[in-house]
Ligand binder design. Structure first.
Ligand code: AMP
Length: 282
């Protein structure tokens, strides 16, 4: 496994590659969710590159940035086991050198949900990914559905800015309890992690209500809310029922496919999860 710590080294490695190149951008503290993206890349691409970079530009809280888990040695072991071809671990000063003054700002899909709750977050995400796509020039990049809005914003950016690559989405990997795997789960005790399953259970109840014909966002949100707040460690940041195309909040009766998503502060960890619900065929 090649480890590249500078832009020059990953660029010169890239110059000697041809064929399909799969890229998985991550912030490290890897888990089976990340590894599912690696496996998808290895299945469909001839060469797989993973990046590990805790991107300061996408954090709008200094405490959140500082407390984000960093487990580089363990990450390397996991990536070696999966026979990843190369890992890109740039330093902050390589990515944002002095005088850096350009931002990529998606203006339509970024405003609600996570974007509203974390102002500037998607500008940070889009800017760093635009840089990584330019540096690495992958043919494919793999993203998890757990970050549903991120996936949509990245697809839009790739389309709008004519990046020459395919964005591949992969399903959310969960613990047995249903809790979505997340690097931030590292900051939870075993007991809290078990209790955090209440988030998934809440979403499931919302989904069941939709399956049983409920069509009003207010009611869906209430069902999810009431289930999650039973757990004293849970502080709900938002629950959203949005049009799955525009990501605009649905106010009246649900008539189109929706993305139901939420963010919860759980025992100090900011956790997100979602599901999509399709009305076609109902
Ligand atoms: P992160 O390291 O949190 O920036 O995530 C890197 C990539 O892994 C993103 O595309 C995430 O959507 C994806 N990812 C994170 N958690 C999961 C999960 N539980 N299942 C599938 N993909 C995930």
């Amino acid at each position: 496994m090649q480890i590249c710590r500078s832009i020059e080294s990953i660029k010169s490695l890239r110059e000697n590659l041809d064929g399909t190149i799969g890229f998985i951008p991550t912030m490290g503290a890897l888990h089976d969710g990340h590894l599912s993206l690696v496996t998808a890349s290895k299945k469909s691409c001839g060469y797989t590159i993973v990046s590990i970079f805790v991107n300061p530009m996408q954090f709008n809280s200094r405490n959140d940035l500082i407390s984000y888990p960093r487990l580089q040695e363990k990450d390397m072991e996991m990536l070696k086991k999966l026979a990843v071809d190369s890992v890109f671990i740039p330093s902050h000063k390589h990515i944002y050198p002095e005088g850096f003054s350009t931002e990529v700002d998606e203006k339509s899909l970024s405003g609600g949900l996570e974007g509203r709750s974390r102002p500037g977050h998607f500008t940070g995400v889009a800017t760093v990914l635009a840089k990584f796509f330019n540096i690495i020039q992958p043919t494919h990049a793999f993203f998890g559905e757990k970050d549903a809005q991120q996936l949509r914003v990245v697809k839009q950016m790739v389309h709008d800015l004519n990046f020459n690559l395919d964005i591949i989405s992969c399903p959310t990997v969960r613990e047995k309890s249903g809790l979505a795997l997340s690097s931030r789960n590292e900051n939870l005790s075993t007991a809290s992690r078990e209790k955090a399953a209440v988030i998934y259970n809440g979403l499931k109840l919302g989904e069941n209500a939709l399956e049983n014909g409920e069509r009003y966002p207010k009611k869906i949100k209430e069902i999810i809310y009431l289930n999650i707040i039973k757990e004293p460690l849970a502080e709900i940041i938002y629950i959203s029922v949005a049009d799955s195309e525009s990501l605009e909040e649905v106010e009246g009766r649900i008539e189109k496919d929706i993305l139901v998503s939420l963010a919860v502060n759980f025992d100090g960890a900011r956790l997100i999860d979602n599901f999509t619900y399709s009305l076609s065929g109902t």
